[in-house]
Design a protein around this ligand. Structure first.
Ligand SMILES: Nc1ncnc2c1ncn2[C@@H]1O[C@H](COP(=O)(O)OP(=O)(O)OP(=O)(O)O)[C@@H](O)[C@H]1O
Length: 295
């Protein structure tokens, strides 16, 4: 659905995007993850045809977003990072206005219902909560009945409940057959929603994989922690296969390692007939993988 090949874009001497390549399959939720200033927004603005690349090739459903801009806007919806509407425009007016831009708009009454906006149709933009504004921008991105949608930092500034509701919404959007290109720096969001993720750092793709694949690439895959007064020798812990660190913090001992470390640790407990108090074994999260993969 979306192909980006060796995309480069500089602002003066600043190389914002420096050779980015990825492709998004139809029906996929594809994440672009990376630190501030990594070049994520510039990349998706080029995909949307809002900026012209310096070099590189972009295709959206086979079309060039700059040369075929009109056709691309009809099949690609966009919710940008910092969106605003006039303060006094009501939700209904915004939906009507945006629907008027398209020959075959989505049924915006149904869309408002799906996005939980039908109780707010006569509310002015300035009086909407942050979550309601976000839902409205998602509605506006979907109003042209697009085949694909770009959502840039969709949940920034939302409270945890509004964030989770928005995630459910994105899953619904995908279930209705729309391909989603999602820009985020919320790891939990990427882990929950994305089929695949491109990690971008300093204008380049540093990794491209499924969330589980990214996690598997990190060296310390498992963390074992237990109360520090558990009678185990530090030397025994250091000697476990695959151990990368043994530390003490907040009254607990923390061993990082691999699956092999966990297996050997369990055998060590059995051998010593020790019960590890408050034992917890956790997987590496996408947060850890992200920190490993970005500078
Ligand atoms: N219009 C512009 N003019 C000049 N420099 C820009 C412009 N837009 C972005 N930049 C610079 O290009 C680099 C990449 O910015 P971009 O907004 O694409 O990154 P980002 O990954 O989306 O960052 P963030 O997560 O902070 O939104 C940054 O160094 C930024 O300061």
């Amino acid at each position: 659905m979306i192909e980006v090949q060796d995309l480069r874009k500089a602002y003066g001497a600043r190389r914002a995007v420096d050779g980015v390549t990825f492709s998004v399959e139809e029906g996929e939720i594809f994440g672009i993850l990376g630190p501030n200033g990594a070049g994520k927004t510039t990349t998706v603005e080029c995909v949307a045809g809002l900026r012209a690349p310096d070099t590189g090739r972009i295709r959206v459903a086979g079309l060039d977003p700059v040369a075929d801009h009109d056709r691309v806007t009809r099949l690609l919806g966009v919710q940008l990072q910092r969106s605003e509407l006039q303060a006094r425009l009501t939700v209904r007016e915004a939906l009507d206005l945006y629907a008027s831009f398209y020959e075959h708009p989505a049924d915006h009454r149904a869309l408002a219902g799906r996005l939980g906006l039908d109780a707010h149709l006569d509310v002015q933009f300035a009086k909407l909560s942050g979550g309601q504004k976000q839902r409205l921008f998602i509605a506006l991105a979907l109003i042209g009945d697009p085949r694909a949608v770009i959502l840039d930092e969709l949940t920034t500034g939302l409270d945890p409940r509004a964030r989770r509701d928005t995630w459910t919404l994105v899953e619904d959007v995908r279930a209705s057959g729309v391909t989603v290109l999602l820009v985020t720096h919320v790891m939990e969001e990427a882990q929950r929603l994305c089929d695949r993720i491109a990690v971008i750092d300093r204008g380049r793709v540093t990794a491209l994989d499924t969330p589980a694949g990214l996690i598997d690439r990190t060296t310390t895959a498992r963390t074992i922690s237990f109360a520090a007064d558990t009678p185990l020798d530090r030397a025994d812990l250091d000697a476990l296969p695959g151990t990368t660190a043994v530390t003490a913090r907040d009254g607990r001992t923390v061993v990082t390692g691999t699956d092999a470390t966990v297996d050997a640790f369990v055998r060590l407990l059995a051998r010593r007939a020790v019960t590890a108090r408050g034992l917890r074994i956790t997987d590496t999260t996408l947060d850890d993988a992200y920190l490993d993969l970005t500078s």
